[in-house]
Design a protein around this ligand. Structure first.
Ligand SMILES: [Zn+2]
Length: 159
């Protein structure tokens, strides 16, 4: 992809991105896993190829090369985040290790997922859905980690 095309991609990317001090929220189309989606003419198919928005962020700001067989992981655990400062290029294996580590940390905490009430989870989801609070802010109120709030919001724990 040449520089001019990347510039155009960045303009499209920024139209659907709400920047903040924490996570940058993707406001465009998202798939069922919460990942933003964008079609790029990356030369592989004439009609364009589907990219995850966080991978586009890594392409623009981290020099991510999709052909290298690596993937872009979230250090913040929020799949809808496209802040390049929260992303790192790594292997699928590293991503799995992170998920396991987060789980172990949460289990070890006094006020971890195991001790949160259903009301706390419902409140966290409602606050996050309203857009009034970040996952970090919600976590501070409830005494749990941002990762933990992220799990609840995505519905990975407690239905
Ligand atoms: Zn983030």
């Amino acid at each position: 992809m040449n520089k001019e095309y990347l510039k155009a991609v960045e303009l499209r990317f920024l139209r659907f991105t709400t920047k903040s001090d924490g996570c940058w929220e993707w406001t465009g189309y998202k798939d069922k896993f919460g990942y933003g989606k964008l079609t790029l003419m990356d030369g592989r198919y004439s009609q364009g190829a589907s990219w995850s928005a966080h991978c586009v962020s890594a392409l623009l700001y981290l020099g991510f090369d999709r052909e290298a067989g690596l993937q872009v992981n979230h250090a913040c655990g929020h799949s809808g985040c496209v802040n390049p400062a929260h992303l790192y290029v790594g292997t699928h294996r590293e991503n799995m290790d992170d998920a396991i580590r987060m789980g172990e940390q949460s289990r070890g905490e006094k006020h971890g997922m195991a001790t949160a009430s259903d009301d706390d989870v419902a409140w966290a989801r409602a606050q996050y859905a309203s857009g009034e609070m970040t996952q970090t802010a919600i976590g501070k109120v409830l005494g749990v980690t941002q990762e933990c709030v992220g799990y609840w919001v995505r519905g990975e724990f407690r239905q």
